[in-house]
Structure formats: structure tokens, C-alpha cells
Design a protein around this ligand. Structure first.
Ligand code: 13P
Length: 342
């Protein structure tokens, strides 16, 4: 294992002012996104939508890497350039989602285990040949009085570490994504407790399975009150509680923490990241690896229409720029309004 090469890829992904675009929606998930704008999900509409994002001029000022899906890493732009090559030509690092999804965990009441370990060594080798330099695996956990169970926490941590070790062996930086879902009516304290338990198990397994933390990135949820809670925590509280949790559970050798947006509004995801960076410096870079929070306005502006591609690209560029500002604590909500009136 070449730790230096892994570390330099990880550091490039969290270089100052930049973050990651998660464009790795599975075929089922991207269908839901396209359904929401009345566009039929076909191989061609999925390709056209991803091309719109990847060819947005100037986005590379704010975007260090893009996570692709198995179908997407094999697709090309209209001029025939394979997507990984197109991204690399702009200095954007291609990555790949390698889990095969969260499935019901046997003998639990609705908890999940993420699958995809069988044959993973061979798949990683192929993805590397296709241009990927990092990978992602997502585990999910729900919050309820008896959830997440210890069983769910530890089986997913074990699988995440097996995936991460195979990635380092193959020369790919593993993005380790344990997502404690923030749906429901839980308090921020309950989210803090669940997130801490999950992170503790993940770092125990990563250590036991011989990972070198310098060549990894963490992609966690922010610690929030439930989306349906009656009394929701403020941005300052989210920043304080999330940071306290991360300081307690994430080793300083990890180069960066790249949050998922997880269903927060675009502007909340930006404001929360900004509030955390405003409290820096921290032992790790604090950045973003957003799917919905980077793409939602672009998807809406596009609506599947060729004549709306530019408007969609402007919307994506704007969100990337706002999140770049949040990397240094320099974001202010007024910047949203200035953009609208500009
Ligand atoms: P969201 O930012 O939409 O949560 O997506 C990030 C991601 O990659 C989820 O696995």
C-alpha cells in the first residue's frame, strides 16, 4: 500500500475552497429525482443530466472530485469523451460508489446492512482502470428508542472497514459513509448519541482492520434534530454539537470530513458547514460531499429541456460557489440574494 499516494489524493479532495459533488445516485434513486421533474429515466436522460453537471464551466474552482455510479463511469459526453477523462482534464478527481445498497438486516425490525463485498477486489481493480481514484460506501442507521441496535452498528462498521481495507489495497481512497438518518422527531441530543455510537464502532473496526487513517475520508451526517421535530436546533447549536461529537470520535490523522447533505435544504446545508468552519481551525478539513444540496436547484431549472441547460448550469455553479465559501466560514445568506438579483 502506497500511503503517500493515498494521502495526497485524500488531501487533494479536501483542498481549501473545494468539495465533492456526489453524482452517484443508483438507477432507482436517479429515477426518483428525474420523476420529480417529469423526465423519464432512460440511459440517455441520465447521461445528459450528468453531462450538464460535469461540463459546467468553472465548477472546478469549487469542486475537487465527483462520485460516479457504475453506469456513469462507463458513459461519455456527447463529443465522445468518457466522463472520467472529461473530469480529469479539468483537474477533477473521479470517484465511484461501490456498495450495492442497504438491504434489510436479518432478524431486525427494519434496520439495514449495506451489501457489496463479494467480488469487490476485482471491481475495484476495474474501476481504477476506468480512472477512479477514490470510492464510497454508505451505511444507514435510523434513530428510534431501540435504534440503531448494537447489532446494526457493529455489522455495518465491520462491512465499512472491510470495504475500506480493500480500497487502500487497490490504491483508492475510501470515503467511509456512516449515515445516521435524520428523519423523524428525535432531539439533537438523541442524534448526538446515535452518531457518537456509530462513529466509535466505525473507528474501532477501521483500526482493527489495519486502515491507515491518513489515506481515508469520513462522510458523516451532521447532528440535527429530526426533520419532523417540533423544536429544531439552530445552526449554531448544530455546529457546536456536531463538532463536539467529531472531536470525541474522529482521529486527527483523518485528513478530511466531507459531510453529506441528507435531505437538509440547500441553504441549511451551506449555513451549517459555514458555522462549523467559522469555529476553526480544526484537526481535519471540514468540507462537503453533497448530492441533493448541490443538485436540487439545477435539476429543477433543467426540467429535461435542452434550452434550460445553461440555467441549470448556473444554478449548480452557484451552489458550488456558496459551499466553497462555507469551507472558509465566509458564507453569508445575503450572498444568495445578491446572486438572484445579479
Ligand atoms: P446527499 O447530500 O443528497 O445526502 O447525498 C450524498 C450521498 O452521497 C448520499 O450517499
Amino acid at each position: 500500500m502506497d500511503v503517500q499516494q493515498l494521502q495526497s489524493t485524500a488531501q487533494a479532495l479536501v483542498v481549501e475552497g473545494k468539495g465533492i459533488l456526489a453524482a452517484d445516485e443508483s438507477t432507482g434513486t436517479i429515477k426518483k429525482r428525474l420523476d420529480s421533474i417529469g423526465v423519464e429515466s432512460t440511459e440517455e436522460t441520465r447521461r445528459a443530466y450528468r453531462e450538464l453537471l460535469f461540463t459546467t464551466e468553472g465548477a472546478e474552482e469549487f469542486i475537487s472530485g465527483v462520485i460516479l455510479y457504475d453506469e456513469t463511469i462507463r458513459q461519455s459526453a456527447s463529443d465522445g469523451t468518457p466522463f472520467p477523462k472529461l473530469l480529469a482534464s479539468k483537474g477533477v478527481i473521479p470517484g465511484i460508489k461501490v456498495d450495492t445498497g442497504a438491504k434489510p438486516l436479518a432478524l431486525t425490525d427494519g434496520e439495514t446492512i449495506t451489501e457489496g463485498l463479494d467480488g469487490l477486489r476485482d471491481r475495484l481493480e476495474e474501476y481504477r482502470e476506468l480512472g477512479a481514484r477514490f470510492a464510497k460506501w454508505r451505511a444507514t442507521y435510523s434513530i428510534a428508542h431501540d435504534k440503531p441496535s448494537e447489532y446494526c452498528v457493529w455489522t455495518n462498521a465491520h462491512a465499512l472497514a472491510r470495504y475500506a481495507a480493500l480500497c487502500q489495497e487497490a490504491g483508492l481512497v475510501p470515503i467511509v459513509e456512516p449515515e445516521v438518518l435524520q428523519d423523524g422527531t428525535h432531539t439533537i441530543a438523541e442524534s448526538r448519541k446515535a452518531t457518537g455510537r456509530v462513529l466509535q464502532a466505525v473507528y474501532t473496526e477501521l483500526h482493527d482492520q489495519r486502515l491507515d487513517f491518513r489515506g481515508t475520508l469520513l462522510k458523516p451526517n451532521m447532528v440535527l434534530s429530526g426533520y419532523d421535530a417540533s423544536d429544531r436546533a439552530s445552526a449554531d447549536e448544530v455546529a457546536d454539537v456536531t463538532l463536539e461529537c467529531l472531536y470525541k470520535h474522529v482521529p486527527a490523522a483523518v485528513p478530511g470530513i466531507v459531510f453529506l447533505s441528507g435531505g437538509q435544504s440547500d441553504e441549511d446545508a451551506t449555513a451549517h458547514l459555514n458555522a462549523m468552519n467559522a469555529r476553526g481551525p480544526h484537526p481535519w478539513q471540514l468540507s462537503f460531499s453533497y448530492g441533493r444540496a448541490l443538485q436540487a436547484p439545477a435539476l429543477k431549472a433543467w426540467g429535461g429541456k435542452e434550452e434550460s441547460v445553461e440555467a441549470a448550469q448556473r444554478a449548480y455553479y452557484h451552489r458550488a460557489k456558496m459551499n466553497s465559501a462555507a469551507r472558509t466560514g465566509m458564507y453569508a445568506p445575503e450572498m444568495e440574494r445578491q446572486a438572484v438579483t445579479a
